[in-house]
Structure formats: structure tokens, C-alpha cells
Design a protein around this ligand. Structure first.
Ligand SMILES: *Cc1c(COP(=O)(O)O)cnc(C)c1O
Length: 372
């Protein structure tokens, strides 16, 4: 994307790198750190973020789908990459060619992995997914896994890992996560008793990594918190992170709007006295949530200015009357580093009754990422 338009998402590589280091310090030396970069690195840009994470100390990368893993390989990255989700049969051969690690939770995938590995006479690593209580993908019982491995085996296919995923680790009440953890431990024990030791046993996402250090095991899979966002406010006491993304824009026009002159589609806002309105070139077509119409704010020099009227597809209007020295050169920030006086993503997420994950993921491809 070219960046003629003065709208961009700033991605702080320093913050990202510091967050990786904070997690490396937080976990012990035997535990590996997997940087999770699915969904375009949660909207921050897949390849630049993945490369930096590895440079800063991440041992492995995790993605949701085959296409994301291929993009990393095409960029020349040769670290181990685990695909968390479903990989269709047709993609398995290509995955084997590119040394991608597949998640296995059904016979369908297992058979295809074996077929590909034997055909190519190539060593392949897989991770088995356990459903310990999220009820999404995965096998529930140790005997399901043992049966799968017994029926389908090949000297080329190695069970490198076994893992599960928590559904409630951001809850201050640890009860359900502990229950999931114990279910997982008993499944792993049952499988290892027959199959032998599995080298990488893992279960923690960001929330569990921060809140439950006794669950780290051989590896943690950290996504959202590498981007400087806390899964729960109560986690700030354990680790210090820096928000990586800031969404910024500059006005393309500033003008006075008077009482009797409604602003934007549907005339939902009309000034009560003359106001200075800055029109900024960003809208819901860029992933700026339309629900911020007459709700959201931008910050300029520590001062907040409200969005007035409906957010349009490509443009949005801001009442900048209270902002000192607003001009065409002024940078307005929708969300950014709270330490610089910007609105934290958590606040925007609360306002929209969603989670910050969704907001960064939705910043669209039309918004260039600027790495600083
Ligand atoms: C997305 C994902 C993660 C990372 O979760 P965060 O909450 O972003 O840390 C870890 N494991 C799996 C299987 C995932 O799908």
C-alpha cells in the first residue's frame, strides 16, 4: 500500500522487542517462547513482526492457517512454525515440503500426514491437540489419542508436541483454568505412559502465561501480550508491557460548522455553537469502528477531541475546537501509548463492548503500517 493518504498505524518495534524480552525474563530458561502471529500479527503486519520476535528471542512462531505459515517461509524464515488450526488434506503435502508443523486432532489429517511423509521419505513433526474444556478442536481423552496413534503410525512421523488451549484464563477466578490444566495433565500422562515422552507439552496463551506460571511447562504461546495488551487489567501487576500499535491521521480539511448545520450521514450531530471541524481521511472501510460515531475521541497534545456525527466509510469528522493549534499538520491519534497521553486500546474496547484483539485485527489493509 502506498501512503499518499495521511492515515497510518504506527507499530513500535522497540515496544514489541521489549515485550518479547519481558516474556523471556518472565518464563524460565527451559521454557520456549512461541510468538503468535496469526491474523497478520493481530493486525500489526505478519513478516516484520515475526522477524523481530525471532530476533528478540522467540524460539518458534504460531499461526492459525497454512497461508500464514507459507507467507513466513516465502519471506525466508526458517524457524519452526506450528499451524494451530485445521489444515485441509490438499494442503498437507505442501506443508510437509516446507517443514511446517501441523496440529493433528483427527484421523483424516493423520492419515494424510503419513501419506505425505512416506511418499517424500521425509521426517515430519506433529502436535496433537487436546480438548480440555474449550470444546473447539481437539481430542478429549487420552485413549482417543492412543487409538489414533496406534492405528496410524510411521517411522517418518514424530509426535513432537501435545497441547491444549484455555477458554477462561483471563478470569480472575482460576478454578476453570485449573480444571482444564488438570484434565490436560492427566491426558498427557496417559499418552506418555504408552507412547513415551513427548518433548514439547504446552498449554499457555498470554493470559495463562502471565497469571499461572506453574502451567508454563515446555513452551508458552504468547499472542496479544507481545503486542503490549493485557488480557485482563489485573495482570498489570505481574508484567510490564508496552502497547505496540497507534492509529494516527491528519486532517484534510478544517472548517467552522455553525448551529443548524448537521454533520455527516443521518444528521446525527448538530453543533450548539460554532465549532471547528477537522475531517480526517479514515473510516470504517479502514477498520475504524462505525460504533465510535459520536462516541470516540482522538488525542492531540494530550487533549481529547470527540468524533462528531457518523463515521463514514473513508472519512470521519472531529470537533477540534478545544484543541490548541489544530492545523492540517496536526497528528490526531485514535489510540496509542497511554504513557504518551493517548487513549489505550483497552478503553476503546470497553467503550465498544468488545476486546482489544478485535480492534487491532480489523485495522484494514488500506492502512499502511509504519514501523518506528
Ligand atoms: C491465538 C492463540 C494463542 C494466543 O492467544 P493470546 O490470547 O493472543 O495470547 C495461543 N494458542 C492458540 C491455540 C491460539 O489459537
Amino acid at each position: 500500500m502506498t501512503d499518499y493518504r495521511p492515515t497510518w498505524a504506527e507499530v513500535s518495534l522497540e515496544a514489541l522487542s521489549n515485550n518479547v524480552k519481558a516474556f523471556k525474563d518472565y518464563i524460565n530458561d527451559e521454557c520456549q517462547l512461541m510468538g503468535v502471529v496469526k491474523a497478520d500479527a493481530y493486525g500489526h503486519g505478519l513478516v516484520p513482526c515475526a522477524e523481530l520476535m525471532v530476533r528478540a528471542g522467540a524460539n518458534r512462531l504460531g499461526v492459525a492457517i497454512m497461508e500464514e505459515a507459507m507467507e513466513l517461509r516465502k519471506a525466508g524464515m526458517d524457524v519452526p512454525i506450528l499451524i494451530f488450526g485445521y489444515t485441509p488434506k490438499e494442503a498437507v503435502h505442501e506443508a510437509v515440503d516446507h517443514d511446517l508443523t501441523l496440529t493433528v486432532f483427527s484421523e483424516e489429517i493423520m492419515e494424510e500426514v503419513i501419506r505425505a511423509a512416506e511418499e517424500k521419505q521425509k521426517e515430519v513433526k506433529i502436535h496433537i491437540k487436546v480438548d480440555s474444556g474449550m470444546h473447539r478442536i481437539g481430542l478429549k481423552r487420552g485413549e482417543d489419542i492412543l487409538q489414533l496413534l496406534e492405528k496410524n503410525s510411521s517411522s517418518y512421523v514424530h509426535v513432537e508436541g501435545v497441547f491444549t488451549h484455555f477458554s477462561d484464563a483471563d478470569n480472575e477466578d482460576p478454578a476453570y483454568t485449573e480444571q482444564q490444566f488438570h484434565h490436560f495433565l492427566s491426558v498427557v500422562e496417559e499418552v506418555e505412559n504408552i507412547h513415551g515422552e513427548i518433548p514439547i507439552v504446552h498449554c499457555c496463551n498470554s493470559a495463562a502465561t502471565i497469571a499461572f506460571p506453574h502451567m508454563h511447562m515446555d513452551m508458552v504461546r504468547v499472542g496479544i501480550s507481545l503486542y503490549g495488551l493485557y488480557p485482563g487489567e489485573h495482570m498489570k501487576k505481574w508484567i510490564s508491557l508496552h502497547q505496540v500499535m497507534s492509529l494516527k491521521t491528519k486532517p484534510v480539511m478544517i472548517k467552522t460548522v455553525y448551529p443548524g448545520e448537521p454533520i455527516s450521514y443521518g444528521r446525527s450531530y448538530e453543533p450548539k455553537q460554532p465549532i471547528e471541524v477537522a475531517t480526517v481521511p479514515i473510516g470504517y472501510g479502514d477498520g475504524l469502528p462505525r460504533a465510535l460515531s459520536n462516541q470516540g475521541h482522538v488525542v492531540r497534545n494530550g487533549q481529547r477531541a470527540p468524533i462528531v456525527g457518523k463515521v463514514c466509510m473513508d472519512q470521519t469528522m472531529i470537533d477540534v475546537s478545544s484543541v490548541v493549534k489544530s492545523s492540517r499538520d496536526a497528528v490526531y491519534t485514535f489510540f496509542g501509548d497511554p504513557e504518551e497521553g493517548h487513549i489505550p486500546l483497552q478503553e476503546v474496547a470497553d467503550q465498544l463492548h468488545t476486546i482489544h484483539y478485535e480492534i487491532t485485527c480489523q485495522i484494514g489493509p488500506r492502512v499502511p503500517r509504519k514501523y518506528v
